[in-house]
Design a protein around this ligand. Sequence first.
Ligand SMILES: Cc1cc2nc3c(=O)[nH]c(=O)nc-3n(C[C@H](O)[C@H](O)[C@H](O)COP(=O)(O)OP(=O)(O)OC[C@H]3O[C@@H](n4cnc5c(N)ncnc54)[C@H](O)[C@@H]3O)c2cc1C
Length: 406
Amino acid sequence: MSDIIRRDPRAEWIARNRLHPLHAAMQPAQASWVGPNGIIRKNVHGIGFIGPNGIKRIDRSGAQQGGTVKRTTTADVLLPLHQVIDPAFYIAVVPDMVGGRLSSHDRDLLGLAHSLAGTEGAVLAVVFGEHKESAFDTAGVDRLLLLEGAEFAGYSPEQRVQGLRAVDNQFDPRHWLLPDSRSGGGELGRRFAASMGERPATRVWQVKDAQATGRAGAGREDIARPVSRLILAAAECAEPVSETRHEALPVELSTNIARSLPRIEDLGAVAVDPALIPMAEAEFIFSGGNGVKDWDLFHRTAVALGATEGASRVAVDDGFMTRDRQVGASGTWVTARVYVAVGISGAIQHLQGIGACDKVVAINLDPTCDMIKRADLSVIGESAAILQALIEAVEAYRNEAKRDAA
Ligand SMILES: Cc1cc2nc3c(=O)[nH]c(=O)nc-3n(C[C@H](O)[C@H](O)[C@H](O)COP(=O)(O)OP(=O)(O)OC[C@H]3O[C@@H](n4cnc5c(N)ncnc54)[C@H](O)[C@@H]3O)c2cc1C
């Protein structure tokens, strides 16, 4: 990771908010002190914060210090524990758990669940199959119900509906929340609604004043209706939980789950050519810009990683990539879980297109460029050397895996 100071809007907000539990931890280091000869000394470097364009800004109120201070991170600070000893009711959430972990969509849903639970209710997360998640507590889960039987593995929507019905019988949640996604939640939610005879609110992006507002008419209009019991919510339907820690107490089902008729046989995932996946649907995008000097090497790296190729506008205008691969304001807005930007400076038009990506990795020569500031992981160096090393690392990893399997 580079030493570049990044802005943290949340930290800046907490630093301004004196009522926030983490306010003290976000305050800057001592700005002035009395020197040995009695003269007051000031640390002029400790004032201000780094703005989005990399220029130092000074807020004369002295409050906005979040970006400059070497402060304790959220992981180091113990967030206040939110406990619900005896829940008056439950709000059930069924996260997608793509890759065994909570997605950002799942976290938004948990945030929405908390706004519906208030202080009396508890958020119950129902998780199917094995998972790799270790942060249910900070994501806002008060009670955790794991349904891990082999019958829930793979594509098993009918059996999962039976599982949800058993949960419904036992916990009788006030609301059920599922992500209205293509990763399973959208289908499971509709099947569950049909089996319960409930009319769900779909593609909900806001729940406010007992009204749920959802997209309709091919995304051109909204439908507002009283909050239904079953809500299929869109991404960004609410702010994820970030200021409290939760118990994530394990709970169990006391009844047996009915077995569904085995009408569906899961034959496993179908191998698809990543190059044929439309940009807007790709989960893993490997994008090249003006800093790519060896395009043949770039394509070989994308194949080795199994990623879908993307490009900046300059790479497209220069004829190295086709127009349908352009990412950004005048190209495609992508929602990849991982976006790797090779030799892309991070112009605002490009950054607009990757706003919804989960994790961004930047490979660039210039440690001060905007793409590095946006990135979660940065590799500073010559793109050709890094891509070559990446191919070798992937091949070594695959060979080792093959040896272990043999
Ligand atoms: C109306 C309008 C719409 C636009 N829409 C889009 C859009 O949809 N998408 C889009 O991408 N752009 C768009 N642009 C263009 C945008 O403003 C930028 O010009 C463009 O994104 C820059 O592309 P780039 O980052 O590949 O190139 P550059 O800005 O030239 O950046 C190249 C980067 O590569 C790095 N680099 C150089 N050599 C190496 C090396 N050997 N190894 C590693 N790194 C290296 C440099 O440090 C630099 O950061 C639009 C512009 C306008 C005016």
